[in-house]
Design a protein. Structure first.
Length: 246
């Protein structure tokens, strides 16, 4: 059996986190001593590992509780899924590192970099993830419809859509010095909204929500930072102005 202090040290989390997991029924101790101390067995350690893996994938605690509380939850199957997701993240990080290296060489004058290479880290999967993230904030049915719509595109159509998105972001960056309310930027935001129709058709409220998500979510904000450190914040401002003017 392990104490709260021992598990906190092993897992790199605070005792308060363990107490909170107990309070919400996510991770109960194996037993509680007469002195009120919580004690955790080996099964609890595996359970905690699963929680932390899901948290690493940015899953809310309530969703983790639902998944791990299901009767058909199976540890080995869950670990296989974790491995698949982590591999995807590794591949994405490697693409981002490669893009950053190319950009550094470009800025140092060592190697020319095309606009397409500038956004090469933002793959088909990443573009689809942007849309999927936005959709899940509103209606799961939209997710299914959007996924089906994307699958029905040919490879040529998918590449056209990805290239179109990259051009829009490039044009927004070029127009940033003119201000978020400028005609040039607002025209880009209209193109961005039209571009989203390749995945789903957001209403005005959802457009603002999507812009907030890109700005507030560290995963998406980091990707926009690779294009321009102020792009996510600028887009939020520009989209808000666009919606207010509709």
């Amino acid at each position: 059996m392990f104490t709260v202090k021992e598990i906190s040290k092993m897992a790199g989390i605070t005792p308060r986190t363990l107490h909170y997991y107990d309070e919400i029924g996510l991770l109960k101790p194996s037993r509680v001593g007469v002195n009120g101390y919580r004690y955790y067995g080996d099964e609890c350690l595996l359970h905690l590992q699963q929680i932390l893996l899901y948290r690493e994938l940015d899953m809310p605690l309530e969703d983790i509780k639902k998944i791990m509380g299901r009767r058909d939850f199976e540890l080995l199957s869950a670990l296989e899924k974790h491995k698949q997701e982590l591999r995807k993240r590794i591949e994405q990080m490697e693409r981002l590192v490669n893009t950053v290296d190319l950009t550094i060489d470009h800025l140092k004058g060592k190697k020319e970099m095309s606009n397409k290479q500038l956004f090469s880290a933002f793959s088909e999967e990443q573009q689809a993830e942007y849309a999927k993230e936005a959709e899940t904030m509103y209606d799961p049915a939209i997710v299914r419809s959007s996924n089906e719509k994307w699958k029905n595109y040919t490879a040529v159509q998918k590449q056209r859509i990805l290239d179109e998105g990259n051009v829009i972001y490039t044009d927004i960056i070029k127009a940033m010095p003119k201000g978020a309310a400028s005609a040039e930027v607002q025209a880009c935001i209209q193109r961005w909204r039209d571009h989203m129709a390749n995945f789903w058709v957001p209403n005005l409220e959802q457009l603002v929500g999507l812009a907030h998500h890109y700005n507030d979510d560290p995963r998406f904000n980091a990707n926009f930072d690779k294009m321009h450190p102020d792009l996510a914040t600028f887009m939020l401002e520009a989209v808000t102005i666009y919606v207010d003017n509709q």
